[in-house]
Design a protein around this ligand. Structure first.
Ligand code: HEC
Length: 99
């Protein structure tokens, strides 16, 4: 029956919409980094590197977490956000260094 199908679609849409506004469904990367580091944004005359390039450049997330405190070119607002960096690094798949 077509009417049944319409109901299914409506129920599905309602579930999709209700899950949407919650911030905990947005990854840390998307919330804090993706806006600039999307591989398209140009700042200071350069294309800001994206997630994949970071994974290539930083082998471990300790390295990644340190990246900003040691780099003059890094975003000032992030200089004291090592914890956030470590979390983002883990999230995008940068490995923890073996110790
Ligand atoms: C407002 C825009 C913006 C946001 C938001 C932002 N960045 Fe950046 N990021 C930059 C710019 C600009 C640079 C410097 C690029 C350059 O000079 O090559 C940079 C550089 C970096 C570097 C490279 C440092 C180096 O020189 O090796 C890393 C790593 C980095 N960002 C990680 C992050 C992470 C992780 C987040 C989210 C927690 C983030 N960024 C959020 C704009 C941003």
């Amino acid at each position: 029956m077509p009417r049944d199908n319409i109901m299914k679609v409506i129920v599905f849409l309602l579930m999709a919409i209700s899950g949407c506004g919650k911030t905990d469904h947005i990854s840390l990367w998307d919330r804090h980094c993706g806006a600039c580091h999307d591989g398209q944004t140009i700042l200071n005359g350069k294309v800001v590197m994206d997630k994949e390039q970071m994974k290539v450049k930083y082998k471990t997330y300790e390295e990644f977490a340190d990246a900003c405190s040691h780099s003059p070119s890094c975003m000032n607002i992030m200089k004291h956000e090592k914890k956030l960096f470590a979390d983002v690094g883990k999230e995008i798949g940068i490995k923890e260094s073996p110790k």
